[in-house]
Ligand binder design. Sequence first.
Ligand code: 4AZ
Length: 432
Amino acid sequence: MTAVMRAATSALAALLTTIALALAPSAADASEHKVEPRIVGGSQVGSIAEVPWQVLVWVESPDSQFRLYCGGSVVSPSRIATAAHCVVDDDGEVVPASWVTVYAGSTNWFGFKQVRDAAAVSPHPGYSTETYAYDAAVIELEEPLTLGPGVQPIELAETDPPVGAMLQVSGWGTTTAYHPEEDNPGDSPDDLMAVLVPLWDAEDCKDVYGIYFSELLHLCAGEAGKDSCQGDSGGPLVHHAAGGPRLVGIVSAGAGCAWPNLPGIYTRVTAVREFLLSAPAVGASAPPPPTPVPSQPPAPVEPWAADEDACAEDDSGCRRDGASPQVKVLKAACAGSTCRVEVSVTDAAPSSGIYRVSGTVHTSFKAKCGRRRAARKCAKTASRRMSVQRRSGGRYRLTARGLRRGTHEIRIIATDRAGNRSRAVAVTRKSR
Ligand code: 4AZ
């Protein structure tokens, strides 16, 4: 079970892996200094009263095809802060609130004192599945939590901690350091773990993660052997300041875990504070993001529209591109834990140009159904985003690494600048 969920939470890590390696030569060098596989630098939390804001967020579809767990923080008795990527699928769809359950009041997976269903799930309106900007969400509970020594809200920081401050991150995520090009070898602990990680200077973090790090939207923290990891997503990064503990970050992403020079990336709470305190329920109209998203791809220069109506009102030279791009799979192959696809993408005239090509691998495999050692095997799925390389002549190469063994379904989506989309699917046989 934990492995499935771990895989399901790994999409961000998979993407950032590739980016970090491309952007940071120091990351590649780091593989020569292999960190001993051990707990990601933390230790067991003795009592939930030490971190009473920490909750476990469980997300599961009725058919269990979609299943993952995340961390979360109690903001008020009926409001939990978590990461948007915990409650939004790869296609950008928000999961129904009925899939989400919150467990509170224990450090141990089997000891939770309070269980609450979600009434509403609200990802930040600025959240982008492409850039992971604004990776924050609010879960409103059907029934408020009963506050006590093991369940308490945490105050949201109004200022960022100083660079170098030691911040506490906690969760039930995997506990082994790994390089982004390797599979995550870690297992998830039954007991809550916590570790202190130093806050990085934003410029240094930008050097590592490029466009995937924005000083406005993120904090980054960690050191060799000390980090958050898969399954910790959505959980709290806390500054134990003089005035009391403050939530300063939400576990969001990173390349690998606890590897030298590859810190964890956190959503900066001061950038999403108002949203966390006042997010409307899903369905209500959401406020626009408070600051522009610097890491989003630039908007097309010329106005293009997918349909005639959008152009009719517009005399500013609006042009119409009603045709969806054509995606043709030229080659699809999976070997070991890697899948590669070559596609050709064309956009018929009048063409606004190809805006984006993206791909996800959905792997079906067999794994233990429950946490018990002798549990029988169930059919499961895990998803991973692919990295995309543009080649000449409208050709793209998409790659996913660190996949589980199983049958892979590769879904490719091409979007043109007018917003027309089309999909292609390739299925490969079980890899051994
Ligand atoms: C994840 O996939 C994840 N090392 C969380 C944190 C980090 C990497 C991945 C940071 O949930």
